[in-house]
Design a protein around this ligand. Structure first.
Ligand code: 1OR
Length: 312
């Protein structure tokens, strides 16, 4: 038996980054964009146990899509989620079909395939975390890829109407917030306005204090950062000594190397002032910044290591 859904505030679970502590009042109506495209929205509440709600919170904690939601929107989307059990080999999404649901991974492993020249090519995999199925719902287009479970797993799914009503409202605000900044980022100069909007949809603002270590040498890297405000230095450890290998300022980016090379973080990135960055995860980076990736990859070749700097 499941008990009625409880407000998030009654659960002792951390809210996703950016959500905790926000006291923004819920606006009475949805954004103009959502108003134009959507029928009247009816809230869906699928009763869940506290334990289920905690699992949803844990699963959505790192999601960039959820990070811009206010507490009420977050509550509404979690209320509308229902559990789906999947078995190895089961197709959750098939490329080119119409999108009906968005999925958050509770646990499990999923392969992503895209049709290329009549062949199914594996382009990505999700391992125990992440979410998928947002593209067809956000941009009203057919499914961009096929997603297949490779192990027993559990997903939380949200219907199209709830997803669009809530996410599109927060996405419109997000685009506005990042639009001007993205125009000033040199590496994104060749993107069209529309492409920049897609980039904005996948960004999350993260704030740091002076002295904070944003990236640690040797860690696995899953995010690239664009600096909205502030300065940082890159350092490496050589013979127990810290050597500065680079500096970074507003409009520049860092963290791309691990995403491109799939190697661990090659340096620390430490804030020398308070800093605000827009972070993007690996799957959005691969999907949206394919062209920039080549320029970034060329740039990486000019990076000097601590040993090379000390030899000079
Ligand atoms: P959707 O609604 O189109 C399929 O349904 C989902 O697979 C899609 O949303 C994404 O959430 C997810 N390209 C397109 N879709 C991807 C990709 C992807 N990876 C995951 N999905 N890749 C592009 C390859 C050029 C791989 C990116 C790493």
């Amino acid at each position: 038996m499941t008990s009625p859904a409880k407000p998030l505030s009654m659960l002792s679970v951390d809210l996703p980054a950016g959500l905790a502590g926000k006291q923004r009042a819920r606006r009475p109506s949805v954004s103009a964009e959502a108003d134009r495209t959507e029928k009247k929205f009816t809230k869906i509440v699928i009763p869940k146990s506290d334990e289920a709600m905690k699992r949803i919170l844990a699963a959505t904690k790192k999601s960039i899509l959820f990070s811009g939601l206010d507490p009420q929107q977050y509550q509404d989307i979690c209320d509308a989620m229902s559990e789906v059990k999947v078995s190895p080999g089961e197709y959750v999404i098939k490329q080119n079909e119409t999108g009906d649901f968005f999925y958050v991974i509770d646990h499990g492993h999923f392969d992503v395939f895209k049709l290329e020249g009549g062949e199914q090519k594996k382009v990505f995999e999700y391992n125990q975390e992440g979410s998928f199925g947002e593209l067809a719902l956000m941009y009203n287009c057919p499914r961009a890829a096929t997603v297949q479970a490779t192990k027993d797993g559990v997903l939380w799914k949200v219907d199209r109407e709830t997803f669009r009503h809530i996410i599109i409202d927060s996405t419109a605000k997000k685009r506005k917030h990042y639009e001007e900044f993205l125009e000033t980022v040199p590496i994104l100069a060749n993107l069209s306005k529309q492409e920049r909007s897609l980039v904005a949809d996948c960004l999350e603002t993260v704030k740091f204090n002076e002295g904070d270590v944003v990236i640690r040498e040797g860690d696995r890297g899953d995010q690239v950062y664009f600096i909205l405000r502030g300065n940082a230095i890159a350092t490496q450890t050589l013979n127990d000594k810290t050597v500065q290998v680079g500096t970074m300022k507003e409009g520049e980016y860092f963290g791309e190397r691990s995403l491109i090379t799939r190697e661990p973080r090659a340096a620390n990135v430490v804030c020398v002032t308070p800093m605000e960055c827009a972070a993007m995860d690996r799957s959005a980076f691969e999907r949206l910044l394919g062209d920039c990736k080549e320029i970034m990859a060329r740039q990486i070749k000019s990076y000097k290591t601590a040993a090379e700097i000390q030899q000079k």
